[in-house]
Design a protein around this ligand. Structure first.
Ligand SMILES: *[C@@H]1O[C@H](CO)[C@@H](O)[C@H](O)[C@H]1NC(C)=O
Ligand SMILES: *[C@@H]1O[C@H](CO)[C@@H](O)[C@H](O)[C@H]1NC(C)=O
Ligand SMILES: *[C@@H]1O[C@H](CO)[C@@H](O)[C@H](O)[C@H]1NC(C)=O
Ligand SMILES: *[C@@H]1O[C@H](CO)[C@@H](O)[C@H](O)[C@H]1NC(C)=O
Ligand SMILES: *[C@@H]1O[C@H](CO)[C@@H](O)[C@H](O)[C@H]1NC(C)=O
Length: 487
């Protein structure tokens, strides 16, 4: 949470220490002594190397935790997947398989197991008290899941429902699924906001779509599916197992048992080919108390991806606020905001934010976004821009509760694709459970004709950014009624 502050304090301390010593003579004496000691040490090491040239370092046998494999040779295939709300049309050739088709394919292909991490379940018209033909895909998926639950192990981890309907979960339990509720309110005062699937311990889906019929036809969503990738499925499976464990124990272990540890994180990502492109991949997770040894925290991951960008950072999230949205008294929380301004100022990185607007958008979001967008001066190569994305709605579509919105939660830089499940405000990184797939294709060597996932995600962002549904946030655009057509 305070990593920026800690980082700045650390560099302050270092520069003060450096100056002080440089002025003092003892520094040079120390240096001299140090240099001669180092020389002796190096000489000793050299002699040892000559004597025993071929012995492997003996430490590895005593510390097996460090020798986990880092590379994966599974034939992993990745695809971006999207839900495009009915009636939304892009004049663009950028299209991806639908989330509905992807889920259906995963269910119909499942042979041994299905694990789903979810926030809430409203897959039918009955759940939303609507009579929408566009609920049919959601109802189909629920029915298929019911059938599957009778034939193989289906496990569902879900945030403990408060006011949300329980009908879907009851149906799935009666069909044979195992359901565990994770009481995030008690555990961390947050919610389980994660949305991912692990199928047969080798295929995964992760993205913004909830287990909600509207997420298939009335809300704009983005996710990724990876097929035939046991290595990634095993690692995401560990995050699922953590939720599963919490659903049973209702208390957070500290430290987590070592089964939940991972070798794959921002410093030692998994090396693999995704659809023929060399990639470094890991999953991040939040909140911090859900991160066993080795797991990179979601916020740390976001800050590092922004920090590593050299040309551009494109962000598409539903909500962006430099605050703890749900805390009382109010708290300002600018970790991400600061990192974006720093990238723009120090490295002249082009920053674009595509934020959503709908009836439930907090009005306080706009002054903060305008502040960010004011970091704009072509003469000084300061280049942050913000656009607001509106999903248009017919009068009939406006009747559908909590729909017609861009619910995407991703970021793409000149190097990395980050596909997450969290809104971007402090709460989501401090007490809400979420996770993200981070694909680093900095040194992408493509062995195929296909674009890398980083390039595909960039194309999705550019399609949306240039579309008529996006409006530039400038000083002139006064308030949310100008910007939020659906409000
Ligand atoms: C669609 O895009 C093409 C090329 O970018 C352009 O020529 C055409 O006018 C566009 N059509 C509409 C309806 O915007
Ligand atoms: C339909 O919704 C009502 C009220 O939300 C609920 O009590 C009932 O169980 C639901 N029926 C089905 C079949 O899910
Ligand atoms: C991406 O990978 C490169 C090495 O290829 C590494 O230097 C860089 O730090 C990585 N970036 C991120 C954000 O993890
Ligand atoms: C994410 O943000 C939207 C918009 O404010 C909000 O309606 C939604 O409830 C948020 N998600 C959670 C889990 O709070
Ligand atoms: C940029 O520089 C030019 C020439 O020096 C000047 O005319 C212009 O007003 C400057 N633009 C901004 C936004 O400061």
């Amino acid at each position: 949470m305070s990593s920026d502050v800690a980082y700045e304090k650390m560099s302050d301390v270092e520069s003060v220490r450096g100056e002080g010593l440089a002025k003092s003579q003892t520094y040079f004496r120390c240096l001299l002594l140090f240099t001669s000691l180092t020389t002796v040490l190096l000489a000793l090491l050299f002699i040892q190397a000559l004597l025993v040239p071929s012995l492997p370092p003996s430490t590895e046998t005593t510390r097996p935790r460090l020798v986990l494999p880092r590379s994966c040779s599974d034939p992993c295939r990745i695809s971006l997947v999207e839900s495009i709300p009915e009636g939304l049309e892009f004049n663009s050739s950028v299209t991806h398989p639908s989330i509905y088709d992807t889920w259906l394919r995963l269910i119909q292909g499942a042979q041994s197991s299905l694990d789903i991490a979810s926030f809430y379940w409203t897959m039918t018209n009955n759940d939303t008290r609507t009579k929408e033909p566009s609920a049919k895909p959601g109802e189909d998926i629920l029915e298929e899941l019911g059938k599957l639950s009778g034939t193989l192990p289906v496990r569902i981890a879900v945030n403990t429902p408060t006011s949300q309907p329980k009908g879907n979960l009851e149906f799935l339990i009666s069909s044979g699924a195992q359901v565990r509720t994770v009481n995030m309110k008690e555990l961390t005062t947050g919610v389980l906001h994660t949305k991912f699937w692990v199928v047969d311990k080798k295929h995964i889906y992760i993205g913004s779509a909830n287990m909600d019929w509207r997420s298939l036809t009335q809300v704009k969503e983005l996710g990724a599916v990876v097929y035939d990738c046991g290595c990634l499925a095993e690692d995401l499976g560990k995050i699922f197992e953590a939720y599963w464990y919490l659903g049973e124990t209702e208390s957070i272990p500290s430290p987590w048992p070592s089964d939940y540890n991972t070798a794959y994180n921002k410093d030692t990502p998994m090396e693999l080919q995704l659809s023929g492109t060399d990639s470094l991949v890991y999953f991040s997770s939040s909140p911090p108390s859900f991160c066993p040894e080795g797991r990179t925290q979601d916020l740390v991951s976001i800050l590092s991806v922004i920090g590593d960008a050299q040309q551009f950072v494109y962000i598409a999230v539903m909500n962006y606020l430099p605050t703890m949205e749900f805390s009382h008294p109010k708290r300002y929380w600018a970790d991400i905001d600061t990192q974006l301004r720093r990238a723009a100022y120090e490295r002249k990185v082009r920053v674009r934010l595509l934020i959503s607007c709908w009836g439930s958008t907090s009005p306080i979001m706009f002054p903060f976004l305008r502040s960010l967008a004011s970091v704009q001066d072509p003469n000084k190569s300061l280049d942050i821009q913000v656009k607001i994305f509106n999903v248009p709605a017919t009068p009939k579509q406006k009747q559908i509760p909590y729909a017609r919105v861009n619910h995407n939660k991703y970021m793409v830089t000149d190097k990395v694709a980050y596909i997450g499940t969290s809104n971007w405000s402090g709460d989501y990184f401090v007490n809400t459970a979420g996770s993200a797939l981070v694909v680093n294709q900095t040194q992408a060597q493509s062995q195929s004709e296909e674009q890398s996932v980083q390039q595909q995600l960039q194309a999705v962002f550019e399609r949306d950014w240039e579309s008529p549904y996006s409006t530039l946030l400038s000083h002139g655009t006064a308030d949310r009624t100008d910007l939020c057509h659906s409000a």
